[in-house]
Design a protein around this ligand. Structure first.
Ligand code: PHE
Length: 407
């Protein structure tokens, strides 16, 4: 990952500090259940505005499938994603650009459900494009189905490299987020530079490509920077008792403990780590971002994420206000990337001037400087955008912007 050299942007810190008051960052507030209530605003999508509006009566009719975990262990991820997907679809339809029929599948965060859902979307519902899924462990197998059927797909938040390239490039597959080699490097450098950590313990789910991959990328970057990884231990997907691993962590007394799992597992791990006497600050990745994160257990910890609602850029503040007006909660990264990914797809449909999946794929690949809420998006040859990350601290039970890091 030689080309991924994060540089801390102190300027951003200054800019956002002005907005601390506004933040409130209600990540601890409940995310409303997914709803299909009408949009509270008819303003055009910030992102989709880049595309020329279709002439009246010329809206392109298209069927888009959404695959997201609306129930199960990571259901807040799916709820936020669907909230944002609904908003982007409503806005584009009102603007007369496209005439979207949306078909939603609840993949429950389960790979088998994801594959069955994608197969149904393609064979039965005959969708021309898929938005989803949300977690890498589901999105990787879903992307295989989409690619095999030549159906264009964009995932909003799945960060594992294998989503778009697994041996070879899956040319119908795109994503709206950065990838884990970058995210792991961001947290390793943050630990070494900002927290001055010399030693780190890493604990991860061996059955989950996301946590396993992110742990490996973190380990490699931390060691490359001269740090020592004193523990690198894994557990299984069904495990709920981490006593043995965490007793070992406590005795090793590392400077930081990296636990890059999803919020449910992080809640268990963090509580048990403290019970076993682990003193180190806890670090994680984007999977921590949920209103159901146990902020007491991870108090003082840090995680990398895709955006901060404290970002003062007008496109971010417009989005935060618009989402709050509709759902009464500050949008998390899942919602924000869900909005960006859906708008990227709609923009490609409008640019292609067609609902043909291959033409949309070509328009998507040619996307340059698309103005998304999370930044300007241009895909590299792998369908991955190059984007910055933020580090968020859990302080007094709330999310607080700590640093922005550029690739
Ligand atoms: N990046 C995670 C994955 O690939 C999904 C995720 C993204 C979760 C953003 C929370 C927030 O599995």
């Amino acid at each position: 990952m030689k080309h991924l050299k994060p540089v801390v942007l102190a300027v951003f810190a200054l800019a956002v500090s002005a907005l601390l008051v506004l933040s409130g960052c209600s990540s601890s507030a409940p995310t409303p259940a997914a709803t299909s209530a009408p949009a509270a605003t008819s303003a055009p999508a910030a992102g989709a505005a880049a595309a020329a509006p279709a002439a009246a009566g010329k809206a392109i009719a298209i069927k888009i499938g959404l695959s997201a975990p609306l129930s199960g262990e990571v259901k807040t991820f799916g709820e936020s994603t669907k909230n944002a997907f609904d908003m982007a679809v409503d806005e584009a339809t009102k603007a007369g650009k496209v005439n979207i029929t949306a078909v939603v599948v609840d993949d429950k965060g389960d790979p088998t459900e994801g594959v069955n859902g994608a197969t149904k979307l393609i064979n039965q519902d005959k969708v021309q494009a898929i938005m989803g899924s949300v977690t890498s462990k589901v999105t990787i197998p879903v992307s295989e189905v989409a690619q095999a059927n030549k159906v264009v797909m964009i995932t909003s938040t799945s960060t594992n490299p294998k989503v778009t390239v697994d041996g070879k490039r899956k040319d119908f597959i795109f994503r709206a987020c950065f990838i884990d080699p970058f995210q792991g490097t961001v947290m390793a450098k943050f630990a070494a530079t900002t927290l001055k950590a010399k030693t780190a313990a890493v604990v991860y789910d061996i059955s989950n490509d996301y946590t396993k991959g992110l742990s490996e990328f973190f380990r490699d970057a931390f060691e490359k920077g001269g740090g020592k990884v004193v523990q690198f231990d894994s557990y299984g997907a069904q495990d709920v008792d981490f006593s043995a691993i965490l007793t070992k962590t406590a005795s090793l007394n590392p400077d930081v403990l990296f636990i890059p799992d999803y919020y449910n597992k992080v809640n268990l791990l963090a509580n048990q780590a403290r019970e076993k006497g682990v003193k180190a600050p806890l670090l994680g990745g984007d999977g921590w971002d949920s209103p159901e994160l146990d902020t007491k257990a991870v108090e003082g910890g840090y995680f990398s994420n895709h955006y901060s609602p404290e970002d003062t850029r007008p496109e971010v503040q417009d989005w935060v206000n618009k989402y709050k007006a509709k759902y009464n909660v500050v949008p998390d990264a899942l919602a924000t990337l869900g909005y960006d990914a859906t708008n990227l797809l709609i923009n490609a449909v409008v640019t292609a001037g067609s609902a043909d999946s291959t033409k949309i794929r070509d328009a998507m690949a040619a996307t340059k400087g698309f103005k998304a809420v999370t930044g300007s998006i241009t895909f590299d040859q792998n369908g991955d955008p190059v984007k910055s990350a933020v580090v968020i601290q859990i302080k007094d039970g709330k999310q607080k912007f700590a640093e922005a890091v550029n690739p």
